[in-house]
Design a protein around this ligand. Structure first.
Ligand code: ADP
Ligand code: ZN
Length: 628
């Protein structure tokens, strides 16, 4: 992009100076000449000082007789001058004698003519001949302009379009293989994700080994998580550990270009990667190309993205995984991805890269302070506690900022106070983006989550409580449930469904019980509850008022959770459905609240621990809550 800008500026500057130059070449005497008022001009004519004039429609250009020029300056004649110097002198002289006068329309030409003739002034021409100038302006200039424009676009188009191979390889896809590759040691706080990608390393090192035993090789791995949690870092670490090249492109690189270029780039990328196998292809922001085709109603860009996406699908299907190319995609919005991308043989494996918890943050602090000289008072545990909601990138930022502050303050080591100030700065920056929750909100979240956990724990059929966490999540949980296999739900009893609903309502119930008010934090839960209850009635036929009637229209696509697939009969029916939904939800909510007020002590206990530790694992949950 930069190069092209320069290119065009270069062209337009050239044209600009060309005009200036030609203009003064063809029409000399305009620059540097003095401007006379009309009366002074007449005066000079009458006193015979004017030697000749050129009369133009708007003005008169004239020249004084040479004797009339101020002669006091012409005394440097002692040295013999070179001929070109004399010539130059003459030209300078001539310019100095020139003048222009604005013509007055009231003054008749013949009147002026008479006066000029009387005073023996040579009249060069009555009207200026504009032919040459017009020719230049109307023909030469536009041609130059279009050539420049053409050159500009040609270069730009040529960037990725194989049809115009001139200047093509400027944006060539080049693999990264740094001298100090990223290793798993550099990735902290996302241990589960690291664990999941570890086998890829083995595979890249020895792809043949896997295929020989008939194993199926992974082709695409989708890293899902909020920005800055280390998705790129993790992909690089896989490449670094396996010692293979790393090709990386961002999804937005594909789509912002000309039609057809995105698809061509995908082709280039894959052919380049195949040549360099084993290797990793990393596509950041894959949602930019992989957005669901069903959801894109916007015209323009649509076709282009679809082309690109199709090309990507074709390429992913079209190569044999045993050559050892792994495609890693990253996104923070998995829910918008086109389902075609997630099918077997494509990005069929998903790895969650979530924000780190307390321990994770401490580990990330450790990684990023490895190269810093730390003061004795620096306590990484405390730093981790002071940075709830921070992702790896923000922690890296804090460490960097702290080091800069320390230098600025002439500390010879980075002190705790430097870190604390750095944290404040980063938080100030983040608060604008609404990412960090304040203390009160944290408390509400802690009780809310404890509510879910306790109701879930003591209610039969509710989801098993694996882990309670108040680490702010960047990913809407909803996007995940939708991708769960549907079979699971068909096997649920009514009892279990009700238990699940109670568990979901436990969050809001706890808020109401403790704070006497409810917050918006439960909206996600409520959405799921409504969906479940509706499905109970219209999909699973669990209604009490008209049991065993399914309203699903199987011929419609996406029947689960999609109202389009649900056949509604009459308004009467709909009223009953709504009414029954409300009844079920109400009674579940009452149960959840009752249970929580019976176990209020446990709720308090758990919330306090949660506030301190942010994450409670299953084993601890059992310790806190006791036997069921
Ligand atoms: P993402 O791709 O998820 O947006 P990046 O991988 O680009 O995030 O992270 C940006 C930087 O933040 C990394 O280069 C690294 O310095 C730091 N970082 C992020 N996550 C981690 C982590 N889990 N461990 C160590 N450093 C991290
Ligand atoms: Zn909740």
């Amino acid at each position: 992009m930069k190069k092209n800008d320069k290119f065009s500026i270069y062209y337009f500057l050239t044209i600009f100076f060309l005009i200036l130059f030609l203009d003064s070449l063809f029409f000399p005497g305009r620059n540097g000449s003095q401007v006379l008022t009309y009366d002074r001009f007449i005066q000079k004519v009458d006193s015979g000082q004017v030697s000749r004039v050129l009369i133009e429609p708007q003005k008169i250009i004239g020249e004084l007789k040479s004797s009339e020029k101020d002669t006091t300056h012409n005394i440097e004649t002692n040295a013999p001058s070179a001929p070109w110097r004399i010539k130059l002198k003459e030209i300078e002289d001539q310019i100095a004698r020139q003048f222009t006068v604005t013509r007055l329309p009231e003054v008749k030409d013949d009147e002026l003519l008479k006066r000029l003739l009387k005073n023996d002034v040579k009249i060069v021409g009555k009207y200026q001949d504009n032919a040459l100038r017009n020719f230049f302006l109307n023909w030469v200039l536009p041609i130059i302009f279009f050539i420049a424009l053409w050159g500009f676009f040609y270069k730009k188009l040529g960037e990725g379009n194989p049809m115009l191979s001139i200047g093509k390889n400027k944006a060539k896809i080049i693999a990264e293989k740094p001298e100090n590759p990223v290793k798993f040691d550099d990735v902290a706080g996302i241990d589960e994700a690291v664990e999941e990608v570890k086998e890829l390393v083995d595979f890249l090192k020895n792809p043949k080994k896997y295929t020989r035993l008939g194993g199926k090789l992974p082709k695409g791995v989708l890293l899902v998580g909020p920005p800055g949690t280390g998705k790129t870092l993790l992909a690089k670490a896989v490449a670094g550990e396996a010692d293979v090249p790393f090709f990386s492109l961002s999804g937005s690189d594909f789509v912002e270009m000309f039609v057809g270029v995105g698809a061509a780039r995908v082709r280039d990328l894959f052919s380049e990667a195949k040549k360099n196998a084993p290797c990793i292809i990393f596509i950041d922001e894959i949602d930019a190309i992989g957005k669901s085709r069903a959801n894109t109603a916007v015209y323009g860009g649509y076709d282009e993205r679809e082309n690109t996406l199709n090309q990507l699908l074709v390429e992913m299907d079209g190569f044999d995984a045993s050559i050892g190319v792994i495609i890693m995609g990253a996104t923070n919005r998995p829910e918008v991805l086109d389902p075609a991308l997630l099918r077997p043989g494509r990005f069929d494996r998903q790895v969650l890269v979530d924000k780190p918890d307390l321990k994770g943050r401490e580990a990330i602090f450790r990684v990023h302070t490895r190269k810093l000289k730390l003061g004795d008072d620096v306590d990484l545990k405390r730093l981790a506690a002071q940075t709830p909601g921070f992702a790896g990138a923000e922690i890296a930022n804090v460490c960097n900022e702290a080091a800069i502050l320390a230098v600025r303050k002439n500390h010879d080591k980075v002190m705790m106070s430097d870190f604390e100030e750095a944290i404040e700065r980063v938080i100030a920056g983040l608060e604008k983006k609404n990412k960090i929750i304040n203390e009160k909100e944290r408390k509400i979240v802690a009780y809310h989550e404890s509510g879910h956990a306790i109701v879930g724990y003591f209610t039969d059929g509710a989801d098993e409580v694996q882990k309670v966490s108040i680490v702010p999540r960047g990913i809407g949980a909803l996007g995940y449930t939708l991708q769960m296999p549907l079979e699971d739900r068909y096997l649920m009893s009514k009892e279990e469904l009700l238990g699940k609903i109670k568990g979901l309502l436990g969050g809001r119930a706890a808020e109401e019980l403790i704070f006497g008010e409810i917050s918006t934090g439960a909206s996600n839960d409520l959405e799921k509850v409504s969906q479940l209850v509706k499905n109970m009635i219209v999909v699973y036929g669990m209604s009490e008022k008209f049991p065993n009637i399914s309203l699903v229209n199987q011929s419609s696509p996406g029947f689960l959770g999609n109202p389009q697939g649900i056949e509604r009969r009459s308004e009467y029916f709909e009223q009953i459905i709504d009414q029954e939904m409300a009844e079920i939800i109400n009674s579940c909510y009452k149960d959840a609240k009752q249970l929580l007020s019976d176990k209020k002590e446990l709720l308090e206990k758990m919330a306090k621990i949660l506030l301190k530790k942010e994450v409670i694992e299953r084993k601890e949950i059992e310790e806190i809550l006791g036997k069921k």
